[in-house]
Design a protein around this ligand. Structure first.
Ligand SMILES: *Cc1c(COP(=O)(O)O)cnc(C)c1O
Length: 372
């Protein structure tokens, strides 16, 4: 006999999902209504406005895609890239590698700009890539690299792309709600995020926004978007403006209640207050870790307050420490990803989980497990 699943109450301080508040879980459990019900359409419209606030954009095409952040990434590429295009892709961690994979699967050529994992994207190298490939019509980079805990200078990178008449794809899965993100001010063209990081909503949705230039490129494509589900021309018919909604797929109704609630919470707190809270808790965590003799993996100027990469000291059994934190303290922290596996821990302080209480719990638990 199978039984109902009752998960324990964990403290989620990894790279996502982050803790979902009772208020958001409460919204998730409200009665399901039809996805073309007029009341649901009002909720969709309000969600679009809240997303415009969070992304700091007036972009008309600002929607939550009904799929996780990885699908947001794929949607950005399949819509903006045509076969034969040249795309400059910055890689300074795991997610830049996935961008390359997306470019190649679109039948396009990826010019890679590589930086050390733990450093930000170097704009000088991007400039050189544009000089060597004047045919490049797109620049793709990750604003907040969750695999390394590094922020890159999105404003400078977007300006650089504009000087070369290229559009930009910007991964802000970990940024949204945690650090400043100014889609219109930067002039970023296709920007995707996720719900389970600093929005502290359930996983499975990808907020996205497209500039007018990006929409024009999509409308002028010579070839069809290779993915039917992610084709923005079709998705626009469902989520779009004031026109009658055409059925495309059944929206994840209850997950959208949860997203709406989490965006309301963000708006009530205010973006600047949320960024300041993430920053204060980060600084408190860092000073506690350093007092314990641990060192941070990223230079101070480029650290993400919501994702703290910590060097694992020699002789410490990475998996054993994480397992004890989980089983003795109900506390999840993240392992190193890719080439950083076994070398770093990733301590998330995302959204609802970015609190003084969590910082202190984490420091206490680590001190205990490490025998300090
Ligand atoms: C988590 C993450 C993704 C993928 O999001 P999923 O919701 O896990 O599919 C993409 N990019 C970055 C930078 C991320 O942190």
């Amino acid at each position: 006999m199978s039984h109902s699943f009752h998960p324990p109450q964990r403290i989620l301080m990894g790279p996502g999902p982050s803790d979902v508040s009772a208020r958001v879980l409460g919204a998730l459990g409200r009665p399901t209504i039809g996805h073309l019900d007029p009341l649901f359409i009002e909720l969709m419209d309000d969600t679009k406005q809240l997303l415009q606030y969070a992304f700091k954009t007036q972009n008309e095409l600002t929607i939550p895609l009904s799929a996780p952040g990885s699908a947001g990434m794929e949607a950005a590429f399949v819509n903006l890239v045509s076969p034969g295009d040249t795309v400059i892709v910055c890689q300074n961690g795991v997610f830049g590698g996935r961008m390359k994979e997306n470019v190649e699967r679109c039948g396009a050529h990826a010019v890679m700009v590589q930086d050390r994992w733990g450093d930000p994207v170097d704009p000088q190298k991007v400039e050189e890539a544009f000089a060597a490939h004047p045919e490049a019509n797109l620049l793709a980079f990750v604003h907040a690299e969750t695999s390394t805990g590094v922020r890159s200078d999105a404003k400078t990178l977007c300006e650089l792309a504009q000087r070369h008449d290229a559009l930009t794809i910007v991964d802000t899965v970990t940024s949204l709600g945690g650090i400043d993100l100014c889609v219109d001010d930067w002039g970023a063209d296709a920007v995707y995020s996720g719900t389970q990081k600093c929005l502290s909503c359930v996983p499975g949705l990808s907020p996205m926004t497209f500039s007018a230039k990006a929409v024009a490129r999509i409308q002028n494509r010579a070839t069809k978007v290779q993915s039917w589900f992610l084709d923005m021309q079709l998705v626009m018919g469902y989520w779009g403006g004031n026109t009658k909604r055409a059925y495309h797929h059944t929206a994840p109704v209850n997950a959208l209640y949860a997203l709406h609630e989490s965006l309301l919470i963000l708006q009530e707190e205010g973006l600047d207050a949320s960024f300041a809270r993430h920053r204060e808790n980060h600084l408190e965590l860092v000073s506690g870790l350093e007092a314990m003799g641990l060192s941070m993996a990223v230079a101070p100027d480029w650290r993400l307050p919501q994702l703290n990469a910590v060097c694992i000291p020699d002789g410490i059994d990475d998996a054993a420490v994480r397992s004890r934190l989980l089983h003795e303290f109900n506390l999840e922290i993240g392992a190193g990803l890719g080439e950083l596996a076994g070398k770093q821990w990733r301590i998330g302080l995302m959204g609802h989980a970015s609190s003084r209480v969590n910082v202190q719990q984490c420091l206490t638990a680590l001190r205990h497990v490490l025998g300090h």
